[in-house]
Design a protein around this ligand. Structure first.
Ligand code: PGA
Length: 255
């Protein structure tokens, strides 16, 4: 039986100096190229099970890195034009990106991103053959009110083609379930909540959709947080800023 390859995605957010990011990418690339880290995904939707979302200004660091999955933390839904300050998805594609992060809760809450806007970005990914990683998740208030699954449903339904409550598109999408209250807080969802949320997302999206968990993942809690069969990997913020802890999480899941 083929063992499952867990995806570990680094969301650097607005962190790491250019030089630090450069060292990170060159050390990671060396480990992958020399075979000391095994992360190639043959026949998968991504090039590798390790994946990095750098800041836009760090993106050129990945230009000559051909064996790692990476892409934008954010981008605009047009290729070019009079959109001051925006980043073109086509340029990411030109530099070799294969995956794009969409709808992170910080984009939704701090930059007022709506589901209508998110939908356009998912469609843009389709036209450029980039894999969207769509983030969904409830706030603490919504959790306390018992609304988690309703929130997830709405966040999926309003941005994806759905038929009778089931995903009906042919685009391969990765979903990252990130409870908003667990992001950067040191708190994590408990395994029962993860089981329920991931099972629910798979019931709408289909069993083969990769569903990652995100929110205060660390090398120490990675094993426990991945215990449910419907967890296919992690989206990692703080613990992805150091190569050692990022790789330790990947190793915990894949060995
Ligand atoms: P965190 O961030 O691991 O620092 O909680 C996760 C994320 O925001 O994707």
């Amino acid at each position: 039986m083929k063992t499952k390859k867990y995806i570990c995605a680094a969301n650097w957010k607005m962190n790491l100096s250019y030089e630090k990011a450069k060292d990170f990418v060159s050390m990671l690339n060396e480990k992958v190229s020399t075979g000391s880290v095994h992360c190639q995904m043959e026949g998968g939707i991504l090039k590798s099970s390790l994946c990095v979302f750098p800041q836009a200004v760090q993106a050129t660091l990945f230009k000559d890195v051909s064996n790692l999955s990476w892409g934008a933390q954010d981008f605009y839904f047009e290729n070019d034009g009079a959109f001051t300050g925006q980043n073109s998805p086509e340029i990411y594609k030109e530099l070799g990106a294969d995956i794009m992060l969409i709808g992170h809760s910080e984009r939704r809450s701090l930059f007022n991103e709506t589901n209508a806007f998110i939908k356009k970005k998912i469609e843009k990914c389709k036209s450029l053959d980039l894999v969207p990683m769509l983030c969904v998740g409830e706030t603490l208030e919504e959790k306390k009110a018992g609304k988690t699954l309703d929130v997830l449903k709405k966040q999926l339904e309003e941005v994806l083609p759905m038929d009778n409550g089931m995903y009906s598109g042919d685009q391969q999408i990765i979903i990252a379930y990130e409870p908003v209250w667990a992001i950067g807080s040191g708190l994590t969802a408990d395994t029962k909540d993860i089981e329920e949320a991931h099972g629910f997302v798979k019931s709408l999206m289909g069993e083969s959709t990769n569903v990652l968990y995100g929110g205060s993942v660390r090398p120490e809690n990675a094993k426990e947080l991945s215990s449910d069969k419907n967890v296919d990997g992690f989206l990692i913020g703080g613990a992805s800023l150091k190569l050692d802890s990022f790789l330790a999480i990947h190793e915990t899941l894949n060995n």
